[in-house]
Design a protein. Structure first.
Length: 267
């Protein structure tokens, strides 16, 4: 996912009219996640969806693809029926008219009139659905879930780090991978990170690694205080010394923001 975005591809959730069973590249630069990623969606239903499409509504999918109830719910939550109305309304329909086994071609949903109007899903609801049925965030970047907290900081985006060599910066991101190694008998971690603008690497060692190692092993939005330097190839690399978990954590005080050395004590 992150590598696809690094290559300039727009990664989209699975959709019944665009996806195959696996990831599909649609020119010029759109990559559709495969229907095979949707939890509890059987190969038989995937085969039927591919053979019967295009579809134009939830009702059309139910009548011609005849999914099981759980499959229909997960398709809606995955975004596989996006473009045909409010997904929360679709889920309300499915909950009201739930069935056992496969949906029959003769069974249609009751009119919408008896369902109270509902609001569009929030970005947090979308994110929760995607993690539930796809196992990861696709249309939502994790940092979008903590925008209110991020707005309190003077952040540097990953695509501007090369302009800050020799400076201390504050960067937000989410961990992608960790490379562990030993240099001069000292344990070091090189952590691949990503924000909404690209990828970057942070080197951790010594007391900073010992203090923040457990948090560096998680995959949650974090705020990192670090110094920018360059590697042998002239690429920007960061030396981390403080980190703060953003999701479900209290807001740092103004005093903490003015003195980034306090971040570690605020966790």
């Amino acid at each position: 996912m992150s590598e696809a975005r690094r290559l300039g591809l727009v990664v989209r959730p699975p959709h019944v009219n665009h996806s195959s069973e696996v990831f599909t590249l649609e020119p010029p630069r759109t990559m559709w996640m495969g229907l095979g990623q949707v939890r509890e969606l059987t190969r038989a239903t995937i085969a039927t969806l591919l053979a019967q499409r295009p579809f134009d509504s939830l009702q059309d999918v139910l009548v011609r693809a005849q999914p099981q109830y759980a499959e229909a719910v997960n398709l809606v939550k995955a975004g596989a029926l996006d473009g045909w109305g409010n997904p929360k309304t679709m889920l309300a329909q499915l909950e009201r008219d739930r069935w056992h086994g496969r949906h029959t071609g003769q069974l249609g949903l009751l009119p919408l009139a008896s369902i109270d109007s509902v609001s569009e899903p929030t970005i947090h609801e979308r994110a929760a659905w995607e993690r539930e049925v796809l196992g990861q965030w696709v249309s939502v970047h994790p940092l979008q879930l903590v925008t209110n907290e991020l707005s309190q900081y003077n952040l540097i985006h990953s695509n501007a780090l090369s302009e800050r060599v020799g400076q201390d910066v504050t960067v937000a991101g989410i961990r992608l991978a960790t490379h562990r190694f030993v240099s001069k008998q000292e344990s070091m971690w090189l952590v691949d990170m990503e924000d909404e603008h690209g990828m970057y690497q942070v080197l951790w060692s010594g007391a900073a690694l010992e203090r923040h190692g457990p948090l560096l092993s998680q995959r949650e939005p974090v705020l990192i205080r670090e110094r920018v330097r360059t590697d042998r190839q002239g690429q920007a690399i960061l030396t981390g010394y403080e980190i703060k978990r953003l999701q479900s954590t209290p807001m740092l005080s103004d005093q903490t923001e003015r003195n980034p050395r306090l971040i570690g004590r605020a966790i």
